[in-house]
Write a protein that binds this ligand. Sequence first.
Ligand code: ADP
Ligand code: MG
Length: 239
Amino acid sequence: MKAEIQRAEKLNMIGELAASIAHEVRNPLTVVKGFLQLMERDSTNSSKQYIPLVLSELGRAESIISDYLNFAKPEFRKMETFHAVEFLHDLVLLLNPLALKNGVVVEEAFKKNPVLYTDKSQLKQALVNMVKNAIEANEQGGYVSIQLDADEEHAFIVIKDTGKGMTAEQLGRIGTLFYTTKEKGTGLGTMVSLRIIESMGGSVQYESKEGEGTVVLIRLPAAESRKKEPIAEKELVYS
Ligand code: ADP
Ligand code: MG
Protein backbone atom coordinates (compact mmCIF):
# COMPACT_ATOMS: atom_id res chain seq x y z
CA MET A 1 0.00 0.00 0.00
CA LYS A 2 2.74 2.45 1.02
CA ALA A 3 4.77 1.61 -2.07
CA GLU A 4 1.68 2.21 -4.17
CA ILE A 5 1.18 5.68 -2.72
CA GLN A 6 4.84 6.50 -3.24
CA ARG A 7 4.59 5.34 -6.83
CA ALA A 8 1.53 7.51 -7.39
CA GLU A 9 3.32 10.51 -5.87
CA LYS A 10 6.34 9.91 -8.05
CA LEU A 11 4.20 9.62 -11.16
CA ASN A 12 2.47 12.83 -10.23
CA MET A 13 5.79 14.58 -9.86
CA ILE A 14 7.04 13.28 -13.18
CA GLY A 15 3.75 14.40 -14.63
CA GLU A 16 4.08 17.94 -13.30
CA LEU A 17 7.62 18.18 -14.57
CA ALA A 18 6.74 16.79 -17.99
CA ALA A 19 3.83 19.17 -18.32
CA SER A 20 5.92 22.23 -17.61
CA ILE A 21 8.73 21.14 -19.92
CA ALA A 22 6.24 20.34 -22.67
CA HIS A 23 4.62 23.72 -22.22
CA GLU A 24 7.93 25.56 -22.41
CA VAL A 25 9.20 23.64 -25.45
CA ARG A 26 6.01 23.97 -27.45
CA ASN A 27 6.28 27.74 -27.93
CA PRO A 28 9.73 27.84 -29.54
CA LEU A 29 8.73 24.87 -31.72
CA THR A 30 5.74 26.78 -33.03
CA VAL A 31 7.90 29.79 -33.82
CA VAL A 32 10.53 27.72 -35.66
CA LYS A 33 7.83 25.93 -37.63
CA GLY A 34 6.31 29.21 -38.73
CA PHE A 35 9.64 30.55 -39.99
CA LEU A 36 10.43 27.32 -41.83
CA GLN A 37 7.09 27.44 -43.59
CA LEU A 38 7.82 30.99 -44.70
CA MET A 39 11.28 29.99 -45.92
CA GLU A 40 9.85 27.04 -47.81
CA ARG A 41 7.75 29.42 -49.83
CA ASP A 42 10.35 32.14 -50.43
CA SER A 43 13.86 30.79 -50.38
CA THR A 44 15.67 29.95 -53.60
CA ASN A 45 18.86 28.48 -52.17
CA SER A 46 19.79 24.80 -52.26
CA SER A 47 19.22 24.18 -48.54
CA LYS A 48 15.51 24.43 -49.33
CA GLN A 49 15.45 20.71 -50.07
CA TYR A 50 15.97 19.97 -46.37
CA ILE A 51 13.00 21.99 -45.20
CA PRO A 52 10.36 19.24 -45.62
CA LEU A 53 12.56 16.89 -43.59
CA VAL A 54 13.05 19.46 -40.84
CA LEU A 55 9.32 20.19 -40.83
CA SER A 56 8.47 16.52 -40.53
CA GLU A 57 10.86 16.08 -37.61
CA LEU A 58 9.31 19.14 -35.97
CA GLY A 59 5.89 17.60 -36.50
CA ARG A 60 7.08 14.49 -34.76
CA ALA A 61 8.37 16.51 -31.81
CA GLU A 62 5.00 18.24 -31.65
CA SER A 63 3.06 14.99 -31.58
CA ILE A 64 5.25 13.54 -28.86
CA ILE A 65 4.67 16.65 -26.80
CA SER A 66 0.91 16.67 -27.26
CA ASP A 67 0.67 12.99 -26.36
CA TYR A 68 2.99 13.42 -23.43
CA LEU A 69 1.35 16.54 -22.11
CA ASN A 70 -1.85 14.58 -21.78
CA PHE A 71 -0.17 11.64 -20.17
CA ALA A 72 1.29 14.04 -17.69
CA LYS A 73 -1.94 15.75 -16.74
CA PRO A 74 -5.26 14.15 -17.46
CA GLU A 75 -6.98 17.06 -15.85
CA PHE A 76 -10.60 17.68 -16.50
CA ARG A 77 -10.58 21.40 -16.80
CA LYS A 78 -13.83 22.01 -18.59
CA MET A 79 -16.71 19.70 -17.78
CA GLU A 80 -19.52 19.85 -20.32
CA THR A 81 -22.80 18.11 -21.05
CA PHE A 82 -23.11 17.06 -24.69
CA HIS A 83 -24.63 14.50 -27.03
CA ALA A 84 -22.43 11.64 -28.17
CA VAL A 85 -23.73 11.54 -31.78
CA GLU A 86 -22.74 15.12 -32.63
CA PHE A 87 -19.46 14.70 -30.84
CA LEU A 88 -18.57 11.51 -32.74
CA HIS A 89 -19.72 12.98 -36.04
CA ASP A 90 -17.34 15.93 -35.55
CA LEU A 91 -14.57 13.49 -34.72
CA VAL A 92 -15.13 11.60 -37.97
CA LEU A 93 -15.05 14.89 -39.92
CA LEU A 94 -11.79 15.80 -38.20
CA LEU A 95 -10.15 12.50 -39.15
CA ASN A 96 -11.55 12.25 -42.68
CA PRO A 97 -8.51 13.88 -44.29
CA LEU A 98 -6.24 11.23 -42.74
CA ALA A 99 -8.67 8.49 -43.83
CA LEU A 100 -8.79 9.85 -47.40
CA LYS A 101 -5.00 10.02 -47.53
CA ASN A 102 -4.82 6.35 -46.50
CA GLY A 103 -7.67 5.29 -48.82
CA VAL A 104 -9.77 4.21 -45.85
CA VAL A 105 -13.53 4.72 -45.44
CA VAL A 106 -14.83 5.72 -42.00
CA GLU A 107 -18.45 4.69 -41.41
CA GLU A 108 -20.83 5.83 -38.68
CA ALA A 109 -23.31 3.42 -37.12
CA PHE A 110 -25.09 5.23 -34.32
CA LYS A 111 -28.00 3.44 -32.63
CA LYS A 112 -28.62 5.77 -29.69
CA ASN A 113 -27.63 9.28 -28.68
CA PRO A 114 -26.52 9.19 -25.04
CA VAL A 115 -25.66 12.37 -23.16
CA LEU A 116 -22.17 12.59 -21.73
CA TYR A 117 -20.82 14.79 -18.98
CA THR A 118 -17.06 15.11 -19.14
CA ASP A 119 -14.12 17.12 -20.53
CA LYS A 120 -14.81 17.14 -24.27
CA SER A 121 -11.27 17.89 -25.39
CA GLN A 122 -9.81 15.10 -23.28
CA LEU A 123 -12.32 12.60 -24.66
CA LYS A 124 -11.56 13.88 -28.14
CA GLN A 125 -7.85 13.28 -27.60
CA ALA A 126 -8.53 9.74 -26.35
CA LEU A 127 -10.72 8.82 -29.31
CA VAL A 128 -8.57 10.57 -31.92
CA ASN A 129 -5.62 8.40 -30.86
CA MET A 130 -7.69 5.23 -31.20
CA VAL A 131 -9.39 6.08 -34.49
CA LYS A 132 -6.02 7.14 -35.92
CA ASN A 133 -4.62 3.73 -35.01
CA ALA A 134 -7.62 2.05 -36.66
CA ILE A 135 -7.05 4.05 -39.86
CA GLU A 136 -3.30 3.43 -39.81
CA ALA A 137 -3.81 -0.34 -39.32
CA ASN A 138 -5.69 -0.54 -42.63
CA GLU A 139 -4.43 -0.81 -46.15
CA GLN A 140 -6.01 1.09 -49.06
CA GLY A 141 -9.66 0.10 -49.36
CA GLY A 142 -10.06 -0.72 -45.69
CA TYR A 143 -12.88 0.28 -43.37
CA VAL A 144 -13.20 1.78 -39.94
CA SER A 145 -16.61 1.76 -38.36
CA ILE A 146 -17.53 3.90 -35.38
CA GLN A 147 -20.50 2.45 -33.54
CA LEU A 148 -22.48 4.00 -30.74
CA ASP A 149 -25.00 2.42 -28.42
CA ALA A 150 -26.21 3.04 -24.88
CA ASP A 151 -28.08 1.67 -21.91
CA GLU A 152 -29.50 3.61 -18.97
CA GLU A 153 -26.15 4.31 -17.41
CA HIS A 154 -23.52 3.96 -20.11
CA ALA A 155 -22.50 4.99 -23.56
CA PHE A 156 -20.81 2.28 -25.62
CA ILE A 157 -18.47 3.38 -28.36
CA VAL A 158 -16.96 0.75 -30.63
CA ILE A 159 -14.12 1.40 -33.07
CA LYS A 160 -13.80 -1.47 -35.50
CA ASP A 161 -11.24 -1.77 -38.28
CA THR A 162 -10.51 -4.20 -41.09
CA GLY A 163 -6.77 -3.72 -40.66
CA LYS A 164 -3.83 -5.97 -39.99
CA GLY A 165 -4.91 -6.87 -36.46
CA MET A 166 -2.63 -8.04 -33.67
CA THR A 167 -1.23 -11.30 -32.36
CA ALA A 168 -1.97 -12.28 -28.76
CA GLU A 169 1.54 -11.15 -27.85
CA GLN A 170 1.05 -7.74 -29.47
CA LEU A 171 -2.36 -7.40 -27.88
CA GLY A 172 -0.75 -7.96 -24.49
CA ARG A 173 1.62 -5.06 -25.05
CA ILE A 174 -0.82 -2.49 -26.30
CA GLY A 175 -1.11 0.55 -24.09
CA THR A 176 2.28 0.06 -22.47
CA LEU A 177 4.66 2.99 -22.55
CA PHE A 178 6.58 3.45 -25.84
CA TYR A 179 5.28 0.22 -27.39
CA THR A 180 5.08 0.81 -31.12
CA THR A 181 5.41 -1.28 -34.28
CA LYS A 182 5.43 1.79 -36.52
CA GLU A 183 8.50 3.32 -38.09
CA LYS A 184 7.46 6.79 -36.95
CA GLY A 185 5.30 5.82 -34.00
CA THR A 186 5.59 7.27 -30.50
CA GLY A 187 4.02 4.40 -28.57
CA LEU A 188 2.21 6.95 -26.43
CA GLY A 189 -1.21 7.25 -28.06
CA THR A 190 -2.95 4.17 -26.69
CA MET A 191 -1.52 4.61 -23.23
CA VAL A 192 -2.81 8.18 -23.11
CA SER A 193 -6.23 7.08 -24.37
CA LEU A 194 -6.53 4.37 -21.74
CA ARG A 195 -5.50 6.75 -18.97
CA ILE A 196 -8.05 9.34 -20.04
CA ILE A 197 -10.97 6.91 -20.41
CA GLU A 198 -10.17 5.23 -17.09
CA SER A 199 -9.92 8.62 -15.36
CA MET A 200 -13.43 9.31 -16.66
CA GLY A 201 -14.69 6.20 -14.93
CA GLY A 202 -14.89 4.30 -18.20
CA SER A 203 -13.21 1.17 -19.49
CA VAL A 204 -11.58 -0.06 -22.69
CA GLN A 205 -11.35 -3.56 -24.10
CA TYR A 206 -9.41 -4.70 -27.16
CA GLU A 207 -10.23 -7.67 -29.35
CA SER A 208 -8.06 -8.45 -32.31
CA LYS A 209 -7.19 -11.11 -34.83
CA GLU A 210 -4.07 -11.00 -36.93
CA GLY A 211 -4.92 -10.34 -40.56
CA GLU A 212 -8.58 -9.63 -39.83
CA GLY A 213 -8.82 -6.49 -37.77
CA THR A 214 -9.32 -4.99 -34.36
CA VAL A 215 -12.30 -3.99 -32.26
CA VAL A 216 -11.97 -1.43 -29.47
CA LEU A 217 -14.88 -1.44 -27.02
CA ILE A 218 -15.19 1.70 -24.93
CA ARG A 219 -17.67 2.08 -22.09
CA LEU A 220 -18.32 5.51 -20.61
CA PRO A 221 -20.67 6.57 -17.84
CA ALA A 222 -23.68 8.46 -19.19
CA ALA A 223 -24.37 11.97 -17.91
CA GLU A 224 -27.14 11.23 -15.42
CA SER A 225 -25.30 8.59 -13.41
CA ARG A 226 -22.22 10.76 -13.55
CA LYS A 227 -23.83 13.86 -12.10
CA LYS A 228 -24.96 12.02 -9.01
CA GLU A 229 -21.39 11.04 -8.39
CA PRO A 230 -18.96 13.95 -8.86
CA ILE A 231 -15.39 13.11 -9.83
CA ALA A 232 -13.35 12.33 -6.76
CA GLU A 233 -9.87 13.75 -6.51
CA LYS A 234 -8.39 10.28 -6.17
CA GLU A 235 -9.73 9.23 -9.56
CA LEU A 236 -7.40 11.73 -11.17
CA VAL A 237 -4.31 10.34 -9.53
CA TYR A 238 -2.33 7.72 -11.37
CA SER A 239 -1.53 4.62 -9.43
P1 ADP B 1 1.77 4.45 -32.19
O1 ADP B 1 0.48 4.62 -32.95
O2 ADP B 1 2.57 5.70 -32.13
O3 ADP B 1 2.55 3.27 -32.64
P2 ADP B 1 0.04 3.68 -30.04
O4 ADP B 1 0.21 3.66 -28.57
O5 ADP B 1 -1.09 4.50 -30.57
O6 ADP B 1 1.40 4.17 -30.65
O7 ADP B 1 -0.14 2.20 -30.56
C1 ADP B 1 0.81 1.23 -30.17
C2 ADP B 1 0.83 0.06 -31.11
O8 ADP B 1 -0.35 -0.72 -30.93
C3 ADP B 1 0.86 0.39 -32.59
O9 ADP B 1 2.17 0.65 -33.05
C4 ADP B 1 0.26 -0.86 -33.20
O10 ADP B 1 1.24 -1.86 -33.35
C5 ADP B 1 -0.72 -1.34 -32.15
N1 ADP B 1 -2.11 -0.95 -32.48
C6 ADP B 1 -2.87 0.00 -31.88
N2 ADP B 1 -4.10 0.06 -32.41
C7 ADP B 1 -4.15 -0.87 -33.38
C8 ADP B 1 -5.16 -1.31 -34.32
N3 ADP B 1 -6.37 -0.76 -34.36
N4 ADP B 1 -4.83 -2.33 -35.16
C9 ADP B 1 -3.61 -2.91 -35.12
N5 ADP B 1 -2.62 -2.54 -34.29
C10 ADP B 1 -2.88 -1.53 -33.43
MG1 MG C 1 -1.16 5.76 -32.36
